[in-house]
Write a protein that binds this ligand. Structure first.
Ligand SMILES: [Cu+2]
Length: 694
C-alpha cells in the first residue's frame, strides 16, 4: 500500500497561508474552476501582437566564468532561506557523468545568457524586424509585463519569465554552431514568495534537442536561486557518428554568413526546424510554464535557412525574407498559444487543486490577450506552438480558406499538406503553416478561430464546425476568434518564397531490435514509497492520480525519477506502442531526445494522417486510442524522460525515466540518480529498475 502523501503543491500553498481559493468553492466558473477572469473592459483585437524578443547571440568569451565540460563547483554562500552554508555556483550535477558530452568536439561558438526572474519592464526588446512588420510596435518604447493595456502590470511574484520580461524569447541557432545557453536562477530564495503557485527550483528542457542528457533539462537535475546552469546545445544532425561522416552530402549543410553553405556530418533527413524550451521542474512544470517559463528556438539549416531568395538547389526557399544570409524573420512568425486566467487584481491565477488539468478562460497569443497582427498581401510562415497547460486547440481561418501545413513538431514534413482546418494541436505540439494573404484585398481582415471546445482538463469536449465556433455563445470562452489578421499593404518586393514538394523525406531506418508498450492511465500507485532505508524516494517519487503501466506488467506506476523504466540499447532501433488507458481523457505523450515516426494508430497504418507522416516528438493518443512509433537511439547517452504533456497530468505522476547507455561504456549502467540541494548535488543508486527495462 503506497503512502498517500498530500500533494506537494497543496502542502506548499497551505504552508504559505495562501488559500485564496479552495476546491469546490461553489462560485467557480467553467473552465477554470476559479472565479471568472474580470474583463477590465478589454475589447478583442484592440492591441497588436508582439513578435518574439530575439535573445542576443554573444561571443562565448563574454561568459564569466568560462564554461567548462564538467559542472563548475566553485563554492558560494547559500541564502539562509535555502538552508545556509555554502554550495556550488552551478547547479548542474558534478563530475564526469554529467559533463557535457563531446564538449571538445563541439565547442560552443555562441553564448546565450538568460535569467529566470520576476516580471519587470523590458527596455531591450529586439523583435528582429522593423516596426512595419511588427504591427507598428516601437521597440524603443519600454515593453510592460502585461497582457493588455487595460490590465495592470504583472507583479514579480505573479509572472516569471526568461529575463523577467515580455514578449516571450526567441533563440536563433543554426546547425554546427553549438550554443552555450547559460541560465541564471534569480527567483526568490523563499519558496513561498511565489504568488500562490510556482516553484523557485528549475530545470530547462530544450524540447526535443538532440543533445546529451546533461543538457536536456532532466526533471531531477534542477538548480536553485543564485545558481546558474550551463546547457550545451551542440546542434548536430542525428546520425553524425555513423551517417555521412565525411560531410559529403550537399543537403547535410548549414548556412554561412555570405549566402553559401558548409557541409556537415549526419543524416539530412533528420534536419529539425522549430523547437521550444521550457521549465521541467519535477511535479511543478505546469505551474512554472504557466507562470511564463517558455520560449522558442528556431534552428536553421541549408534546407530551411530562413532566406527565401537563395536558390542553390538545396534551400527550400520557405517564406522568411531576403536581407540576411539566414534567419530572416520578416515573414516567418513565431506564435505561442496559451490560455490564461487572472484574479480580481488582474494578476495571473492558477487552480492548483484540479488534477484533471487547468484551463484558462482568456486566450493569449505571444502572451497578450486576443491581439491583431498586420500582414502584407503575400505568403507567411507561422510556427505555431501550443504552450498551454492542459488545453488543445484546433485552428481554422474564419473564411474557411486553406492553410498549408509544412511541419509537425520540430520537423518539416515529407510533403506539404493543404488544410482548411488543422488537426487538434496538443500541448507542446508545433504546427508550421503557410498562409498566402495575397488572396485578400488590402484593407480586409481574416481571423484565426479555435474550434476545440474544452471545459475540463481531461480532454476536449468536441471539435466544433467553423460556423458553430463563430456563433460566439459557447460555454467555453476560448472557442472562437482569437487573432485578427489585418491585410495592410502589398509587399514592396515580390514574394519569391516557395512551398516546394517534397520537403524533407523520412530517414531510412535499421531493423527493429525490440518492442515496448506503455499504457497511460489513471489509478496510479507508487511502489517506492514509503522509502526504503538509505533511498531518496521521498525526494524522487511522487504520488498522484495518473501513472504509466509498462509492458503490460505490474501496476500503473506513479512517477519516480529514481526508477529506470526503459533502457534501450545504444545504437539500436525500437518500436514503442503508447496506449491510452481509457476513453475519458486524452494524453499528448512526449518522448525526449529522439524523433519518432508514427507507424500506425490503433494498429492501422492507414489511420496515420498525412500531417503525421513525418517525424514527431509529441503523440496525441486520442481517447481510448493507441499510437505505435519507432525511434533510433544514438549519438548521446544519459537519462531522458517520457511523459504526458498535459503538464498537470505530468506533474501528478504521469512521467517516467528512460536512459541510453552503451552496455556500461561510456555511460554507467544503470546511471545513478542526482539528488539536488542548494548545497550541492549527490548521487544515489536507482531505487527501482523495472524487469523489462534492460
Ligand atoms: Cu495526460
Amino acid at each position: 500500500m503506497p503512502l498517500q502523501r498530500k500533494p506537494l503543491n497543496a502542502m506548499l500553498i497551505i504552508a504559505a497561508g495562501l488559500c485564496a481559493f479552495a476546491p469546490d468553492a461553489g462560485a467557480d466558473a467553467v473552465p477554470t474552476g476559479l472565479p471568472p477572469s474580470p474583463t477590465f473592459g478589454i475589447v478583442k483585437f484592440s492591441q497588436p501582437m508582439p513578435r518574439f524578443d530575439v535573445l542576443p547571440r554573444n561571443a562565448v568569451s563574454t561568459l564569466v566564468p568560462a564554461p567548462m565540460a564538467q559542472s563548475n563547483q566553485t563554492q558560494q554562500p547559500v541564502d539562509p532561506a535555502l538552508g545556509g552554508g555554502s554550495g556550488p555556483i552551478e547547479g548542474r550535477p558534478p563530475g564526469a557523468i554529467w559533463a557535457h558530452q563531446e564538449f571538445a568536439r563541439f565547442p560552443p561558438k555562441i553564448a546565450v545568457e538568460v535569467s529566470q526572474e520576476g516580471a519587470k519592464v523590458n527596455t531591450t526588446y529586439n523583435p528582429g524586424v522593423p516596426a512595419s512588420l511588427n504591427s507598428g510596435i516601437n521597440p524603443a518604447t519600454p515593453f510592460p509585463p502585461r497582457f493588455h493595456p487595460n490590465l495592470p502590470d504583472q507583479g514579480p511574484l505573479a509572472l516569471w519569465t526568461f529575463n523577467g520580461t515580455l514578449p516571450p524569447k526567441l533563440v536563433i541557432g543554426r546547425y554546427a554552431e553549438p550554443i552555450l545557453f547559460r541560465e541564471h536562477n534569480k527567483l526568490p530564495a523563499d519558496k513561498n514568495a511565489n504568488g500562490g503557485f510556482g516553484l523557485h527550483s528549475i530545470s530547462t528542457h530544450e524540447h526535443n534537442g538532440h543533445h546529451g542528457a546533461e543538457n536536456d533539462g532532466f526533471t531531477g537535475a534542477y538548480f536553485w536561486p543564485n545558481q546558474f546552469y550551463d546547457y550545451h546545445w551542440p546542434i548536430v544532425l542525428a546520425g553524425w557518428r555513423s551517417i555521412n561522416t565525411g560531410a559529403t552530402d550537399p543537403k547535410a549543410a548549414t548556412p554561412d554568413d555570405a549566402g553559401g553553405k558548409t557541409n556537415i556530418a549526419g543524416d539530412w533527413h533528420e534536419t529539425m526546424s522549430t523547437h521550444w524550451f521550457h521549465d521541467h521542474m519535477f511535479s511543478f512544470t505546469s505551474q512554472n510554464v504557466y507562470k511564463g517559463m517558455a520560449g522558442m528556438f528556431n534552428i536553421y539549416s541549408a534546407l530551411d535557412r530562413g532566406n527565401e531568395a537563395i536558390n542553390d538547389g538545396v534551400n527550400l526557399q520557405l517564406p522568411s525574407g531576403t536581407a540576411k544570409s539566414f534567419a530572416n524573420l520578416d515573414y516567418d512568425v513565431n506564435i505561442m498559444l496559451a490560455d490564461k486566467a487572472w484574479d480580481a487584481n488582474g494578476q495571473l491565477a492558477f487552480n492548483i487543486f484540479d488534477f484533471d488539468g487547468f484551463l484558462g478562460d482568456r486566450m493569449t497569443v505571444n502572451l497578450v490577450d486576443n491581439p491583431f497582427f498586420e500582414v502584407e498581401a503575400r505568403k507567411y510562415r507561422f510556427r505555431i506552438l501550443n504552450a498551454a497547460v492542459s488545453r488543445f486547440f484546433k485552428l481554422a481561418l474564419s473564411d474557411g480558406s486553406p492553410m498549408i501545413q509544412i511541419a509537425n513538431d520540430g520537423n518539416l514534413l515529407p510533403h506539404p499538406v493543404p488544410l482548411t482546418e488543422l488537426d487538434e494541436l496538443g500541448i507542446a505540439e508545433r504546427y508550421d503553416v503557410v498562409i498566402d494573404f495575397s488572396r485578400y484585398a488590402v484593407g480586409s481582415k481574416v481571423w484565426w478561430v479555435n474550434l476545440t471546445q474544452q471545459t475540463n482538463g481531461k480532454k476536449p469536449d468536441t471539435d466544433l464546425s467553423l460556423s458553430e465556433a463563430l456563433q460566439g455563445n459557447n460555454n467555453d470562452p476560448v472557442v472562437g476568434k482569437f487573432l485578427e489578421f489585418r491585410i495592410v499593404r502589398t509587399p514592396a518586393a515580390a514574394d519569391v518564397s516557395k512551398v516546394p514538394d517534397p520537403l524533407i523525406p523520412n530517414p531510412t531506418l535499421p531493423a527493429v531490435t525490440r518492442t515496448r508498450t506503455f499504457e497511460f492511465a489513471s489509478g496510479g500507485s507508487q511502489s517506492t514509497l514509503p522509502a526504503a532505508p538509505g533511498s531518496k524516494s521521498e525526494i524522487t517519487a511522487f504520488v498522484g492520480p495518473w501513472g504509466i503501466k509498462t509492458d503490460d506488467q505490474g501496476d500503473t506506476l506513479d512517477a519516480d525519477y529514481g526508477r529506470i523504466t526503459a533502457g534501450p540499447g545504444y545504437g539500436t532501433r525500437e518500436t514503442w506502442t503508447l496506449k491510452n488507458g481509457g476513453g475519458g481523457w486524452d494524453h499528448p505523450i512526449h518522448i525526449h531526445f529522439e524523433e519518432g515516426q508514427v507507424l500506425n494508430r490503433d494498429g492501422d497504418p492507414n489511420a496515420v494522417p498525412a500531417w503525421e507522416k513525418g517525424r514527431k516528438d509529441v503523440y496525441r493518443l486520442r481517447p481510448g486510442g493507441s499510437v505505435t512509433i519507432t525511434m533510433q537511439f544514438r549519438d548521446f547517452g544519459g537519462m531522458f524522460m517520457e511523459h504526458c504533456h498535459n503538464t498537470v497530468h505530468e506533474d501528478n505522476a504521469m512521467l517516467m525515466r528512460w536512459e541510453i547507455d552503451n552496455n556500461g561504456a561510456p555511460f554507467l549502467r544503470p546511471l545513478p540518480t542526482p539528488i539536488s540541494t542548494p548545497q550541492g548535488v549527490t548521487f544515489v543508486p536507482p531505487d527501482d529498475i523495472l524487469p523489462t527495462a534492460f
